[in-house]
Design a protein around this ligand. Structure first.
Ligand code: ZN
Length: 310
């Protein structure tokens, strides 16, 4: 593949507390703020707490999920007295970190999340972006024992991307679990902190003129979501995740494998093509009617890159 040149990175934001009860990111950002981290090598760094009101009460959100508020449609919706707390904050964040799609937007936003699912550390991207794939490869090499994967949410267009990191020129989430919401675990905190530090190192190496050779990486591409079995009249759950599926994120799910155990003791088996489950039994997804997502696994080759000289 042909060598690709990208402009240097100058402004980078590390955001935590987009979901106020996902505490690793909240505390990583607070530590950076406490120690006045605003310059790292060639980078101007902005550590920011995305949803302070939800952090204060340790809840995912106050009115609505902030990390679904950054589509072009919602960012251009005029605010009124009845606008949700999160839509107001999304407009503020878009002004601070964006505006989305403009030259003034942050070069990179890294948004920090936790999951109750057994997913290890995931880089979540909305599109294939050579910069982000290089960064993931670098972090994988630097953290050889950590389970580090890439999820491509496969959103149809940038204007439909709904996450806070979509306001930047290059944006991604780091999602680490399992960790209960409202709880801190040292292993999860350290894994996230280390990945953030390596990401910032990579950016400084890139800015300094390092050539990163082409390579390939496995990417899990979102395919579909599966809801829990429900009572057709009341919509109440009639089953839980099957013990043989629980904690088996990213292990191939094959036709006939058990996925749910009903409250009356029956097993529900998976029907469909072989795919990779993730976000299995994520606490925050009950309200979204998602028991788990399914992905295809692809191997993506990416080209050598380096900084474009002025
Ligand atoms: Zn989250």
């Amino acid at each position: 593949m042909d060598h690709v040149f990208f402009p240097a990175f100058s402004r980078v934001a590390i955001s935590g507390g987009t979901h106020g009860n996902e505490l690793s990111g909240v505390h990583i950002v607070r530590e950076m703020q406490k120690h006045n981290v605003n310059q790292m090598g060639s980078l101007s760094v902005c550590p920011i707490l995305s949803n302070p009101r939800s952090i204060e009460v340790c809840r995912r959100y106050i009115d609505t999920d902030l990390n679904r508020c950054f589509t072009d449609a919602l960012l251009s919706t005029p605010l009124t007295d009845s606008s949700s707390c999160e839509l107001r904050r999304a407009h503020e964040l878009n002004a601070l970190l964006g505006p989305k799609g403009s030259d003034r937007a942050m070069d990179l936003v890294c948004d920090l999340h936790n999951t109750t699912s057994n997913m290890g550390l995931c880089f979540i991207i909305d599109f294939l972006d050579w910069i982000l794939l290089h960064m993931v490869k670098y972090v994988q090499i630097k953290m050889p024992t950590a389970p580090i994967r890439v999820i491509n949410t496969n959103v149809a267009s940038k204007s439909l991307s709904y996450s806070v990191d979509s306001v930047a020129k290059h944006g991604f989430a780091i999602e680490v679990g399992p960790q209960p919401h409202g709880v801190l675990r040292a292993d999860i905190y350290n894994m996230m902190k280390e990945a953030v530090d390596h990401t910032l190192d990579w950016l400084n190496k890139f800015n300094a003129g390092t050539t990163f050779e082409g390579d390939k990486v496995e990417v899990f591409v979102w395919e579909k979501s599966v809801d829990y079995p429900r009572d057709p009249e009341t919509s109440q759950l009639t089953a839980v995740i099957h013990p043989k599926l629980q904690d088996n994120d990213f292990k191939l799910l094959q036709h006939g494998n058990p996925i749910f155990k009903t409250f009356t003791g029956e097993t529900v088996n998976y029907e469909g093509e072989d795919l990779y489950p993730f976000f299995i039994n994520e606490c925050a997804y009950y309200e979204k009617r998602i028991a788990f997502h399914l992905a295809k696994k692809e191997t993506i080759a990416f080209p050598p890159i380096s900084v474009k000289k002025e």
